[in-house]
Design a protein. Structure first.
Length: 419
């Protein structure tokens, strides 16, 4: 039997699926990327380092902030720049806003329809207008955080190597702080909706990987933690990731020690759940979700829990920043020099890596960008093989729906995968 899905709807980007089952054995379960390669890494070679954060932000319109800031952090590591603590704090706020808006978009507009038999987010909004308004305000809250600090919500303008071209207006930050309570209520409502979704029975233990730092659940630094091995620095981790590519697909694939692994909200929750803020811990307990989980469908609930954690984190970060005296600039002094820098930050879909070699004139000599989707595509396909084996379906259309549900649970970003 051959299963072909030409277009997997409600994911970021364009992808299809091909599966082959022969005599009850799964011979193939392949995600096919239906976008062309864009060659961002090659595009940066020979350009000035100052261009990298601006250009890489264009890799994705859903998660431009994480590319922008990871690029900046890698360049700062190459130049041995130590940014001001308040600069880091503002960047953490932007990252929180990025994940809040991305997770909300995924859960409400892309996933809900699978479980509540609606045509999508608009149909759900018509049936439940009050809930829809709250969720949409929540996504807007994430975008406002990015806009206030970064200058605009998509492709931020103010972050730069060493700091910011312009610091955010304190009154606008105070206004964000005043919105925390209503958005915490909206985040809890969204998780309540997601927790009502009937999670398919599925289990496939795998290696979960995420950054870990003693300062918090989602920090600006830390080591790469794994469910099966010892912690390792990001710059060392990049060296042991093995990316591969074929002539049949424009997206790379990554393995660790020749095996697939998972990054993203579920991986972070499995490894770091004890670091969640109190509100998120309490709401996670209400969902009666045992942690850790080996069911990839729980990535949806994990995203809902992370939104609650991050709304509380926004409150904490704003309190810290607003308690400090006004400053006209937080920029670090530095000199351009030859160097090599690696940086890792947690994107909505998992750990993102940027690495740059830079010469003495500030020109980029080497680039390596490893996105979360590139890292988990192999793991998604291994999940699909087990799912198809354990859930044989006589109705092929129903089987296709189940395959797409599992793909959407991963929240893939095909645009990032074809960078």
């Amino acid at each position: 039997m051959r299963i072909v899905i030409d277009h997997i709807a409600r994911i970021e980007g364009h992808a299809g699926f091909i599966g082959k089952i022969v005599n009850g054995k799964i011979k193939e379960a392949k995600i096919e990327t239906r976008e062309g390669a864009r060659l961002f890494e090659s595009l940066l070679i020979g350009r000035h380092y100052f261009d990298a954060p601006v250009i890489t932000a264009r890799i994705c319109g859903v998660c431009p902030v994480i590319h922008n800031l990871t690029s900046i952090k890698a360049i700062e590591n190459a130049f041995e720049i130590k940014p001001h603590p308040l600069t880091v704090l503002l960047r953490q706020l932007m990252l929180a806003g990025q994940i809040i808006q991305s997770h909300t978009l995924h859960l409400y507009f892309l996933v809900i329809a699978d479980y509540f038999k609606t045509a999508g987010g608009i149909d759900f909004a018509q049936k439940y207008p009050a809930d829809a308004k709250a969720v949409l305000r929540l996504r807007d809250f994430g975008n406002k955080i990015i806009e206030v600090i970064g200058g605009r919500s998509i492709h931020p303008m103010t972050p730069e190597v060493g700091g910011f071209t312009k610091l955010p207006d304190r009154k606008r930050l105070e206004n964000l702080f005043s919105l925390v309570s209503e958005n915490m209520a909206a985040a809890k409502k969204l998780l309540e909706i997601v927790a009502l979704m009937p999670i398919p029975k599925f289990s496939r233990p795998t290696n979960y990987i995420a950054m870990y730092d003693k300062t918090g659940y989602l920090s600006y630094g830390g080591l790469m933690h794994s469910s099966v091995s010892s912690p390792i620095a990001p710059e060392k981790f990049v060296k042991i990731i093995r990316e591969s590519e074929t002539i049949t697909t424009p997206s790379k694939r990554a393995k660790l020690h020749r095996k697939s692994y998972m990054v993203g909200a579920l991986a972070r929750l499995n490894l770091n759940f004890e670091k969640l803020n109190m509100e998120a811990k309490n709401e996670l307990e209400k969902t009666e979700t045992p942690i850790p989980r080996a069911n990839s469908f729980y990535n949806n609930i994990s995203q809902g829990v992370e939104i609650i954690h991050l709304v509380e984190e926004v409150k904490n970060l704003l309190e810290r920043y607003l308690s400090e005296p006004n400053s006209s600039s937080l920029n670090a002094d530095y000199k351009t020099k030859a160097g090599y820098g690696v940086a890792a930050l947690e994107a909505p879909r998992g750990t993102l890596f940027h690495a740059y070699g830079i010469d003495k004139n500030g020109l980029i000599t080497s680039v390596n960008i490893i996105t979360p989707t590139v890292q988990f595509l192999n793991n998604l396909e291994e999940d699909l093989k087990v799912w198809l084996k354990n859930n044989p379906a006589t109705d092929q259309e129903e089987q296709k729906k189940q395959i797409m549900m599992l793909v959407r649970a991963y929240d893939p970003c095909i645009t990032c995968a074809t960078h």
